[in-house]
Design a protein around this ligand. Structure first.
Ligand code: AP5
Length: 236
């Protein structure tokens, strides 16, 4: 673990359809390498909960399973990436999700991160999962409001029904995990986010991982990909 945390992992981007396991793996990467997980879905849900201007604009869009317009996201993402905890690297979960967002991110990393993390080209890991498995994962997802741990009613339930194993909080079901909204989210992924994977593939930066495997198995492959690209932190 100490060895893993002494690596400069830089920027890691997790791509994949809704339910692929981006949030699950992003948390594990964060814990292993001591870097923050930055989920635009979580940040937006926080804005919705706090009824900020952005939250009020995003609420209905998210409830329908559509993507929030690109230009509403850039300030939110830039502010988060400028926090000091991102200096040795970070995991982006759910961003970029359109070709325009990918172009914006490349320019941002080049301008603001080249000196900090010594390299700004991100490692992009795409998690592939079959359609039927995605539906099962999304309809069974339960999340802890306190620690953010993600469970699955069918696949890996908590020890006590609907209660977090770690802190005893009551688990919740995301409002966009209803079947008709899930279909819209998967459609948005196919039309708007697939091209992002193609964009990174054309630049030779895409690694694909089989996300149908059990969580630990997927993590093992993801860590291997991260470590194949990571550099040691200078001076350690
Ligand atoms: P967001 O919150 O990003 O949702 P998403 O991309 O739809 O992804 P999910 O969080 O649903 O799935 P995940 O891949 O993280 O899977 P998880 O690990 O939870 O976005 C929500 C909305 O916000 C969007 O629809 C959009 O409106 C807006 N938005 C966000 N970012 C945006 C952007 N950049 N641009 C525009 N709009 C944006 O796992 C799912 C379930 O499967 C869990 O129960 C888990 O326990 C289980 N599981 C995971 N891995 C495995 C495994 N290997 N085996 C068995 N079970 C597993």
């Amino acid at each position: 673990m100490a060895d893993a945390k002494s690596r400069n992992i830089g920027a890691i981007i997790l791509l994949g359809p809704p339910g692929a396991g981006k949030g699950t793996q992003a948390k594990r990467i964060g814990e292993r390498y001591g870097v923050p997980q930055i989920s635009t879905g979580d940040l937006l849900r926080e804005h919705v909960k706090n009824e900020t201007g952005l939250g009020l604009m995003a609420k209905g869009i998210m409830a329908r399973g559509e993507l929030v317009p690109d230009d509403l996201l850039y300030d939110m993402v830039a502010q988060r990436l400028r926090q000091p905890d991102c200096e040795h690297g970070f995991v982006l979960d759910g961003f970029p999700r359109t070709a325009a967002q990918a172009g914006w991110l490349d320019a941002f990393l080049e301008n603001e991160f080249f000196d900090k993390i010594g390299r700004w080209l991100p490692i992009v890991i795409e998690i592939d999962v079959d359609y039927n498995q995605l539906l099962r994962r999304l309809t069974g997802r339960r999340t802890c409001p306190t620690c953010g741990r993600i469970y699955n009613f069918y696949l890996h339930p908590p020890l006590v029904d609907n209660v977090c194993d770690l802190d005893g909080s009551k688990l919740f079901i995301r409002t966009d995990d209803r079947e008709e909204v899930i279909r819209e989210r998967l459609k948005a992924y196919e039309t708007q986010t697939r091209p992002v994977a193609e964009y990174y593939a054309s630049k030779g930066r895409l690694v694909s991982v089989d996300g149908n495997q059990p969580v630990d198995e997927v993590s093992r492959t993801v860590f291997e990909s991260v470590e194949a690209h990571a550099a040691p932190v200078s001076g350690s």
